[in-house]
Design a protein around this ligand. Structure first.
Ligand SMILES: NC(=O)c1ccc[n+]([C@@H]2O[C@H](COP(=O)([O-])OP(=O)(O)OC[C@H]3O[C@@H](n4cnc5c(N)ncnc54)[C@H](OP(=O)(O)O)[C@@H]3O)[C@@H](O)[C@H]2O)c1
Length: 225
């Protein structure tokens, strides 16, 4: 039975990844912060792990709890959007900058050495939940400035992971889920969460059609960096 590790599985896209892999009979490690989310994930059949990606102790705890485990798919999903009014006329405060950059950039960087020993033995796939808003060449609007900057930086983390972990046989993907109806995407978003995750799981599952090092959307389209 293959194993998935979903980092940030309490709601939205992460919860849907956990549900869909469980429905397919996978063994799923799912991380949460709140106790109510631990109970919900446990009741779904996941093995739960407490993880605030901002807490160094939690990252260390994740590593020892999973020591010796083989992970076929790890999804780095936890993320925040930050201030909705961030644009070139409204730069972020120190606190806003720190929260978004620590969650979306520093945490993925710190996760890499924790995830490599789990994914390497399985020659697994590491999927970063990025965004088209992190594409520098496709930038056409100034809104969401802080989020865009963080996702562009996360894309570089993913590319560096591809270079480094690729040598261990790990396939690294940068994914755009679409504009999805979650707490972050809001009720007017275009894509249903189940369709987004089903599409991304199709991409994750086919290493020939979607090789490591790529930036793909949930329909499998290649995106420009
Ligand atoms: N929805 C979209 O349209 C869209 C588009 C492009 C990219 N994305 C990306 O997809 C990912 C998931 O988005 P979503 O729409 O599902 O967002 P969401 O509904 O707001 O869920 C965010 C998830 O991240 C977790 N999280 C946030 N900060 C965390 C921290 N410090 N430690 C651990 N977990 C933390 C949350 O956990 P708690 O419940 O504990 O807060 C929650 O599980 C994000 O990386 C986002 O940038 C989303």
């Amino acid at each position: 039975m293959p194993t998935a590790l979903v980092l940030g599985a309490s709601r939205g896209l992460g919860l849907e990844f956990a549900k869909q892999y469980l429905a397919d009979g996978w063994s799923v490690y799912a991380t949460h912060r709140a106790e109510a989310d631990r109970v919900r994930l446990r009741d779904l059949g996941a093995q739960t792990l407490a993880l605030d990606v901002l807490a160094a102790d939690d990252l260390a705890g994740l590593a020892w709890q999973l020591e010796g485990e083989r992970v076929d798919v790890a999804v780095v999903n936890a993320g925040v959007y930050g201030p909705r009014n961030s644009n070139p006329q409204h730069p972020p405060t120190n606190g806003e900058f720190d929260l978004v950059m620590h969650t979306n950039v520093l945490a993925p960087m710190r996760l890499l050495p924790r995830l490599a020993p789990l994914l390497g033995p399985a020659r697994g796939t590491l999927a970063f939940m990025s965004s088209r808003m992190g594409s520098i060449s496709a930038t056409g609007a100034g809104h969401g400035m802080l989020y865009r900057v963080s996702k562009a930086a996360e894309n570089m983390v993913a590319r560096l992971a591809h270079v480094e972990l690729g040598a261990l046989g790990v396939r690294v993907l940068t994914l755009h889920p679409g504009w999805v109806r979650t707490d972050m995407g809001g009720p007017n978003a275009e894509v249903e969460v189940s369709a987004s995750v089903a599409g991304m799981r199709r991409v994750i599952a086919d290493a020939v059609a979607w090789p490591g090092g790529g930036f793909y959307d949930y329909r499998g389209q290649s995106l420009a960096w």
